[in-house]
Ligand binder design. Sequence first.
Ligand SMILES: [Zn+2]
Length: 113
Amino acid sequence: MHEMSLAEGIVQLLEEHAHTQQFRRVKQIWLQVGELAGVEPEALTFCLDVVLRGSLAEGAQVHLLREPGRGWCLACSQEVAIHARFDACPSCGRHQVQVTGGEELRVAELEVE
Ligand SMILES: [Zn+2]
């Protein structure tokens, strides 16, 4: 389950931020999860629950912000909504869509003390 290593990466990032920005506790975490990031939200929530235990963010509320997948269709020269990396363009049906958004997994915001 690669969500476990993602969760561990997030905790590591929080610890680095705590060091440079001098906070001791994380109370809430907002994570931006792109639709095309290849992350299963339920699995990520489960893994974070495990990994945050005993960390500076133990008991923190985790909010997942889903970011929709977007792409640029080269055939019809417009931005289209896609739900998987190799989706066809919803307007022309061709597979000439370059992903332009929704690939990220990142920490969007933190509430700390
Ligand atoms: Zn198209």
